[in-house]
Write a protein that binds this ligand. Structure first.
Ligand code: ATP
Length: 235
């Protein structure tokens, strides 16, 4: 379980998040909706130790995360798959994946198991494991980015706009795999522009606007909410 309480954070002493409260229950899929610039990425960066909160607290499975180094947070079970993928384009797919397993390097058996699991989820990555990551399609590169995050054996996977720049059909495939990962018992915290598709696979959701939580509820409630329908579902 992830609990974010009264979180304020930003850049160069200017907060873009203001007293944000969010919980993501263990094993559930929690979606964060919000327009560009509403602060989703900043919240994810604060959780994973890249941005330092100016106020508030973040607790994951009973541990306080602020102040821990980013690799400690990964070791504690929180993996962050950033917006924009950030792969090593010239490196083979498998090397990119193994980099994600770095924090588990002392247990090579587990690393091999995790790699096998990633190839089960994304068979195409097995076929392309020796190819430079930069030669793959956009959708396949997103799969590498998700696979790399899974290689750290997380109990919570943070996914920042995994469908960014992908065609609708590929987006649907990526979100199917996200749902599959969640069914396998991994909690997911997902930012996604395709609000309807995201809410359909989610348990709970939050809506951020200008760095504040303006709405939260079960995914079913949000799908029915008139404001959400108008602002995010285009209905
Ligand atoms: P997007 O979908 O566009 O990524 P977002 O909801 O994830 O939007 P953030 O990326 O968290 O929003 O951005 C929130 C605010 O913080 C924006 O006004 C943005 O310009 C600003 N911001 C983001 N990254 C930085 C940075 N590295 N330095 C300074 N300001 C930043």
């Amino acid at each position: 379980m992830l609990t974010v309480r009264g979180l304020s954070a930003g850049y160069d002493a200017v907060d873009v998040l203001h007293a944000v409260d969010i919980t993501a229950r263990g094993g559930e899929l929690t979606v964060v909706l919000g327009a560009n610039g509403s602060g989703k990425t900043t919240m994810f960066r604060a959780i994973s130790g890249i941005v330092r909160p100016s106020a508030g607290d973040i607790e994951f499975d009973g541990r306080r995360l602020p102040g821990l180094a980013a690799d400690r947070i990964v070791k504690a079970g929180v993996a962050h798959c950033p917006e924009g993928r950030h792969l090593f384009a010239k490196m083979p797919v498998e090397k990119n994946l193994l980099l994600g397993g770095y924090v588990r390097r002392h247990d090579q058996r587990r690393v091999r198991q995790l790699l096998g699991r990633v190839y089960e989820l994304f068979p195409v990555l097995y076929d392309k494991r020796r190819n430079p990551a930069g030669t793959l399609s956009g959708g396949q590169q997103q799969m590498v980015a998700i696979g790399r995050a899974l290689m750290s054996d997380p109990s919570l996977l943070i996914l920042d706009e995994p469908s960014m720049g992908l065609a609708p059909l590929v987006t649907a495939q990526v979100l199917d795999v996200v749902a599959q990962i969640n069914r396998d018992g991994i909690g997911v915290l997902l930012a996604e522009q395709n609000a309807q598709a995201a809410l359909r696979i989610a348990h709970h959701g939050f809506v951020l606007a200008e760095g504040r939580v303006v709405l939260s509820g079960t995914a079913a409630d949000l799908l029915d909410d008139p404001d959400v329908r108008e602002a995010y579902l285009g209905l």
